[in-house]
Design a protein. Structure first.
Lengths: 434, 434
């Protein structure tokens, strides 16, 4: 098999065979196919696309390119959850203890944040002592003990994806549907999931700009899951404005704890229940999503979900007292109000702009090697549709640096669009696929 | 300027600016843009194409990427000739002395052969003592002395083309019209030509399979020449069967000498006169191609062209006695006849198959580092349209190895298609563009 013939085939819009895809991926990981040949193939894939069959084969080839996590020693169907990323998206912190409290084992690999969206690992590390770098054995031990474990990637999972992702970034081949979909699914499959619930977001704060694009990505990933025997369901959800009110690592942990107490913002609670309910259905713990939601609401009310979160923090070395006293989380030195420059209604508040304001405060990274400050961020007081009076507080900026704090106040003042009529907003959950 | 933005622009089918093209080429030659980014850009160019303006800018950026030969010290308009390559194509050996005898200075850089087509350098090196590795000074001295010089590439001409050509070869981006056209034209421009006559071949023995494809390539190159101020004219010519009768280095030199004597095959004579006449027109030595041909025919008859060839061989260190006695050229040990297996007419004789038979005898290279044998090759006795009787000789195989000789006889027997009616053949010259 010759690499140039495979490149030429895709260049001419033909469908690659399973053998050709496996050949390319295994040789690339082994360093036998150079980056320049893979770059040409990636551009051909970008411009010519891939069929569902090809995309599924690519996913499996990447999932099998390194170690695969074996969760077979854990009884029950293991269901993973993945979000394509948004601003203020702390649903994982709420959904995982909820679902684990319902008896579904949850073993999750998470990533760090990059750009204006935050990563679950960064959020949990805001809890003093919390350890996310678990070895594979420790990860499984945590999972057995509390039915819930979360780790940064353990072992050499899907190395093909890691290598391809870095190459796509520098060759303008990132925004390709089959490449995005296979990258996400390969990691989930290598991490051992039997079933996968996806939260595919669209809007200003998401990777996919439009609802239609998010639905296409969702359909592509559900098709991959179906093709490779991992039941997959996707919610398509709006990320026009931030989810919940808090944006910033410790601030988001605090909001997640409030939500597990039944006192969270409506949108975060609604999305967490919807995602959790689908996980229960795929794990055969609920017949319907509606029944799943009822079950989960009961676990919020009874305090079982909050207790599961406490066990989880404790098992991974964190200070579990934060559950009762969130003030033990890192606190910023200054809290500055953002005053409304006019009266009216909030017409729009772009999630990406709020994310960038939080990043500029130190809550996120521009480059992989940047440090982050767990304490800083933004807490919204007004969201789209709310009425506001001039000088009323739109949001609070939590800052550790006076200049950065002032700049964030100015940026957020400009980010809120205020007009005479409430803005039009998509529903939070616009569709379920799969 | 960011390389990924430039890749993305071409990926999305937009036109690159002159600055973007120059940036990419100069940084790539300097090693500041890695092969993998250039590979992605090449595939985007392959699939999205380039406008005439972009192609001209790319050509000039490559032409200026290294040294440029300065022929301004040589009086008169310098006209270069380039063939896209074929089997048995020894026109350069005929045309150059013809045109030089008419008083047009000819300074030509030539290449070695690869695959089933031969290179002019390889052919000339069949003459004992002939030197083709001239330094730039020596090249200009030969040119001043005899009005004619031919060398393998001297100096660091168009290094961007060299680097890109190698990358295209391993990334399945060779057969792209703007990339082919700019590669050829960049080398001609860097080699100092004021005007360029192109022989763009189509058919089984050529790079372009069809007449339409050859015409498109010819139009693209003429447009480049026009855009950058170098008058360019292209003949579109058939390469269905070999040109002339001889295929193999010494055998082709012998045929070129016969042609300069006025005793060559009709097709080789016709094409040489047509190409030479266009060169005279572009050099202002003839008003029309017809007048140019008349002038050149006179130079054949008078022996002036043959004498110019003799001077040329002498000036570059070759044994000029071969002009009078071609038997001083390397001779193969065996000459084997290929007998016709049936009576009838020759329907077809694919040039590429004859080229491969000659290559298998040792006349050509499969890889750049292969040695070649100047003596071996094929001399055709029958070409398409000719009548043949069973057992009559179709061709002679000149071999230095008995086994290879027998294999060539068998291959050529199979290559000739013989039927009741003469085959249909394109005219040799199907068009003039520019």
């Amino acid at each position: 098999m010759r690499t140039t013939s495979i490149i030429a085939k895709k260049r001419d819009g033909e469908e690659l065979t399973a053998n050709e895809i496996r050949f390319v991926i295994s040789r690339y990981v082994a360093g036998e196919i150079p980056d320049y040949q893979m770059a040409a193939l990636l551009m051909a894939i970008y411009l010519r696309g891939m069929t569902e069959r090809e995309t599924a084969e690519l996913t499996m080839a990447m999932a099998r390119s390194g170690e695969e996590l074996d969760l077979s020693s854990i009884p029950g169907r293991k269901v993973d959850k993945h979000s394509t990323g948004g601003v203020g998206d702390k649903t994982t912190l709420v959904v995982l203890p909820l679902v684990a409290a319902a008896g579904v084992p949850v073993a999750k690999m998470s990533g760090r944040g990059l750009g204006h969206t935050g990563g679950t690992i960064d959020k949990l590390e805001a809890i003093p002592g919390f350890r996310t770098a678990l070895g594979q054995e420790e990860f499984l031990a945590c999972l057995r003990r509390s039915g819930l474990a979360l780790s940064g990637q353990t072992g050499n999972l899907a190395p093909a994806d890691k290598k391809l992702y870095a190459l796509r970034d520098v060759t303008a081949t990132t925004a390709s549907l089959p490449l995005i979909a296979s990258s996400i699914m390969a990691k989930k499959i290598a991490a051992g999931a039997d079933a996968i619930v996806l939260d595919v977001k669209f809007g200003s704060g998401a990777f996919m700009p439009t609802q239609a694009a998010a639905e296409e990505l969702a359909r592509t990933m559900v098709a991959i899951g179906t093709a490779v025997g991992r039941t997959t369901r996707a919610l398509v959800t709006a990320m026009e404005q931030p989810l919940g009110l808090a944006v910033g690592n410790a601030l988001e942990v605090k909001e997640a704890i409030a939500t597990l107490r039944g006192e969270g913002p409506d949108d975060l609670t609604e999305l967490s229940l919807a995602l959790g309910a689908e996980m229960l259905v795929l794990a055969d713990k609920a017949q319907t999503a509606g029944a799943g939601k009822e079950l989960l609401r009961g676990l919020l009310r009874s305090g079982a979900a909050l207790e599961k979160f406490r066990q989880f923090v404790l098992a991974q070395g964190g200070d579990a007292r934060v559950v009762e006293n969130p003030n033990l989380l890192p606190q910023a030195k200054q809290v500055l109000a953002v005053p409304a420059p006019a009266s009216g209604h909030i017409i729009s508040l772009r999630a990406d702009q709020v994310g960038r304001a939080a990043m500029a405060l130190g809550a996120g990274r521009e480059r992989k090697e940047d440090d982050i400050d767990p304490a800083v961020g933004v807490v919204l007081n007004k969201k789209v549709g709310d009425a506001v009076r001039m000088a009323e507080t739109l949001a609070w900026v939590h800052a550790n640096d006076a200049r950065r704090g002032r700049e964030a106040v100015a940026a957020l003042t400009a980010d809120y669009a205020i007009g005479p009529e409430p803005g039009d907003l998509s529903p939070l959950i616009t569709g379920v696929i799969g």
